[in-house]
Design a protein around this ligand. Structure first.
Ligand code: BTN
Length: 325
């Protein structure tokens, strides 16, 4: 067992609940009591709350099932992708951007925590250890950049479809806010950060970074400035991320393939079904410019359609959308 596997085993034991004493933990992990304490310290350094009580042992404040690379590799084997799971990283997007990617294979990196997780428009993405999903795919497209307009919308729709499959909720709760926020009752559940890499060997590498709030119960208001939610809040139960990932990746890959062959047009009815902004009064910020109007869905190339007071439709290619209260 290497250090990472020991940490996984330790958190799995502690996740059963109750106190576990250092001696017994040491025996199971094949290490000394002092070494167990070092692993506990590592968890605390990662920001995990561990209760250590003399005479009783260690207890986790809440369950923590870590990502299992072997289990995920098996579940995703049919995609022939290159999967990497790391404990900590600055940002999974930044990591993939720094590699020279001339691969024709899909590359997927997932992290237990990000120390500099990035959101859209220069925002930070709160990424506490073991709580949520933070992952990025490097996806090679045999396409021109201009043909990729709409990809971020497709990614959001794929996430919604995957969550619907995973939770079989009696009524649909997941919605998409153009261009790529996943909301539940107006609170943010997930976001996507897409970064396009230079083209090489007739391929266009795209980094698709996805953050989904899974087990996070609360977050510091300093880092998250808008109402947020998590799957824990929605289902009231702890979610094993290892079970969600294969469903999400299957849906993503399948929808991206459909987008590659058929374009955005084949996703229009799905967009209408989940569109949070449709027929609502909104404003869209684009740099210093703010456009206001009634949202009338999206154009065939994924731009937001905004109807002004004279009934004219204006198209927004990008920006940050908000309801006008
Ligand atoms: C947003 O809604 O602003 C986009 C959030 C994207 C967050 C994910 S987490 C994994 C990947 N790595 C990052 O640094 N950002 C994306």
């Amino acid at each position: 067992m290497n250090a990472h596997q020991r940490l996984q085993k330790l958190t799995a034991i502690l996740s059963q609940g109750g106190y576990h004493d250092g001696n017994t933990l040491g025996q199971v992990l094949g290490i000394s009591r002092a070494a167990v304490w070092k692993y506990i310290q590592k968890l605390e350094d990662y920001g995990v709350s561990v209760d250590a009580t003399k005479g009783q042992g260690y207890r986790l404040a809440k369950p923590l099932i870590m990502l299992e690379q072997a289990q995920l590799n098996e579940a995703l084997a049919h995609h022939h992708l290159n999967l990497e799971v790391v404990e900590t990283i600055s940002s999974t997007n930044t990591y993939l951007k720094q590699l020279s990617l001339d691969n024709t294979q899909i590359r997927l990196i997932m992290a237990e925590m990000q120390t500099a997780g990035r959101g859209r428009l220069g925002r930070t993405w709160h990424s506490p250890f073991g709580e949520n999903l933070y992952f990025s795919l490097a996806y090679p497209f045999k396409k021109e950049l201009s043909q990729l307009a709409g990809l971020s919308l497709v990614v959001s729709l794929a996430l919604i479809e995957a969550l619907n499959t995973a939770f079989e909720l009696s009524h649909p709760v997941f919605q998409v806010k153009w261009p790529n926020d996943i909301l539940v009752k107006g609170a943010k559940l997930a976001g996507t950060l897409i970064e396009i890499m230079a083209e090489s060997n007739s391929y266009c590498q795209v980094i698709i970074g996805i953050g989904i709030n899974v087990n996070m119960e609360e977050a510091p208001s300093k880092t998250i400035q808008q109402p947020f939610t998590s799957l824990w809040h929605i289902t009231q139960s702890y979610q094993d991320r290892n079970k969600l990932i294969p469903i999400i990746i299957d849906q993503l890959v399948s929808d991206i393939k459909q987008f590659t062959h058929e374009g955005l047009s084949s996703f229009m009815s799905r967009w209408k079904r989940y569109d949070y902004l449709n027929n609502r009064e909104i404003k869209v910020s684009l740099g210093n410019q703010v456009l206001k109007g009634t949202c009338r869905g999206i154009s065939p190339d994924g731009q937001l359609c905004l109807e002004d007071e004279r009934g004219k439709i204006n198209l927004c290619p990008a920006g940050d959308s908000q309801l006008v209260k």
